[in-house]
Design a binder for this molecule. Structure first.
Ligand SMILES: [Zn+2]
Length: 178
């Protein structure tokens, strides 16, 4: 178990489509443990493998008593629409309202390779969708209008100029990030 560095906007792995997990083995379980440790160290509510530099379809969630890992996750149904402020551990200090389906049904494999299905709403649904986006190389800023996105990214780049593309998790995030 280890806390890994988190990849930050500009790191190419955040834009890669992560690969399906063919077999849930000890290596995958070790990756999940590291994701849990890293998410906890960063005070996050979710973390995808891309964010620690591993382009494989694995992510973890920790929202309001609901803690789970998801391997090869997919959303089988979605309904409603809700706009809420979102933040990302890979784009520190940037927040914006993102509109997403309000309720989802998720299917994935767990740490032992068994399939599970959960219905989620509110923040769990949002965190799951945010992590699935990461596994497809998508970031929350991609959901903004071009103008809002441009403003956010140019301001962020100015504030984070000359910073490395990975950083040690810091638990100072003032708002829920994933
Ligand atoms: Zn994120």
């Amino acid at each position: 178990m280890a806390i890994r560095d988190i990849h930050i906007l500009g790191s190419p792995v955040l834009r890669r489509r992560a690969e399906e997990i063919a077999a849930v083995d000890d290596e995958v379980r070790a990756l999940i443990e590291d994701l849990y440790d890293t998410m906890a160290a960063a005070g996050g509510i979710g973390l995808a493998a891309n964010q620690v530099g591993v382009a494989r379809r694995v992510a973890v969630i920790n929202v309001e008593e609901q803690t789970f890992a998801m391997i090869n996750p997919r959303i089988v149904s979605a309904e409603g629409r809700e706009g809420k402020e979102e933040g990302c551990l890979s784009i520190p200090d940037a927040y914006a309202e993102v509109t997403r389906p309000e309720r989802i049904v998720l299917e994935a494999l767990n740490e032992t390779g068994e399939s599970f299905r959960i219905e989620a709403g509110a923040l769990v649904a949002r965190a799951v969708q945010h992590e699935l986006d990461h596994l497809d190389g998508v970031l929350f800023i991609d959901h903004l209008t071009p103008l809002k996105r441009q403003l956010l990214v140019s301001r962020w780049k100015k504030e984070h100029r000359n910073e490395p593309l990975t950083r040690t998790p810091q638990p100072e995030a003032p708002k829920a990030s994933a």
